[in-house]
Design a protein around this ligand. Sequence first.
Ligand SMILES: [Zn+2]
Length: 344
Amino acid sequence: MSDIRYDLIHDEYALIAPERLHRPDCYRYLGSMEDKKSDDCPFCPGHEAMTPPEIYAMRDNAPNTPGWKTRVVPNLYKAVQIEAAWESREVGPYLEWEGLGAHEIIVDTPRHLLRMDAWEVVEYANWLRTMRLRVNDLRNDIRLVYISLFKNHGHYGAATQAHPHTQLIALPVVPRRKLDQYRRAYRYFLQRRHNIFESVLNQERNDAVRIVGESEHFLVFCPFASTFAFEVAVLAKGEGIASIGDLDDAKMDDLAQTLKRAVDAMYGELGDFDFNLLINTPPMQKNVDTEEFFDAIPQMWRFGLRIVPRLFRMGGFELGSGVHINPVPPEEAAQLLRDRWEGS
Ligand SMILES: [Zn+2]
């Protein structure tokens, strides 16, 4: 059983999850991007019995058998669990909850691919549609306020399974750092009657030196204050698209193609690289923390994602201050990636 604990000094939450210690580190199929089925991979087709029963699968046949395009299962080594009680305990000045939440694994594709640039566009599209479906389903659980959707790839990206997969962690609290971002976006919107992400889009178009590429519905660029070298952001251009759950099929297909092109450009420039992929999600429920801005989310927030290469390890300065030292100016990174994008 895990706990969610609130840190009085730092105004942030921690998940204390001893079960995570027991997960096998299976990230050892390095150095090849061949589509080879692995005998002991729990996410390969035919190995459905190696995972807990599926929550969802994109398939036309019976559950928990091969024949799926994507598959969602509970994380066996979960950081939080949906069965937990929803009450806080005060311990002196401290505050803790049982680790209530959802921790799911989305198996992105049946193919045991080691690199994302080997994905077909349709695999991107199936993966995106599966995430949209899970987010829209978990929105119905009023206890779950915040969803984190992310991919860990490679040793430095903290992956422990090689098979392409995405993790979803839904929590009953909004991480304070995220809450700060939402409140800042709301203040910006109140003061200027303008979406903060729209301002970024406009500025990037004006400067034009950090743009990697553009599609009908998305802009791909290296952020002005990139915290990591070769960090790439993908931002939706349309009004009212605050979450992956708001993307219609046409925008999903456009995003699939856009992401494929961006990922290919990154692999072209960086070779085999470890990364985290972070999908930006707004809070899902109105509660004491979110009620101030919740109704304004469609106007003040915007769907996007970031691909963060983990080329250098984090040190004490980064950990202590939250300020990152990035040795590659985003303008230079964008120039190199733009050349790859245009050449593709
Ligand atoms: Zn596999």
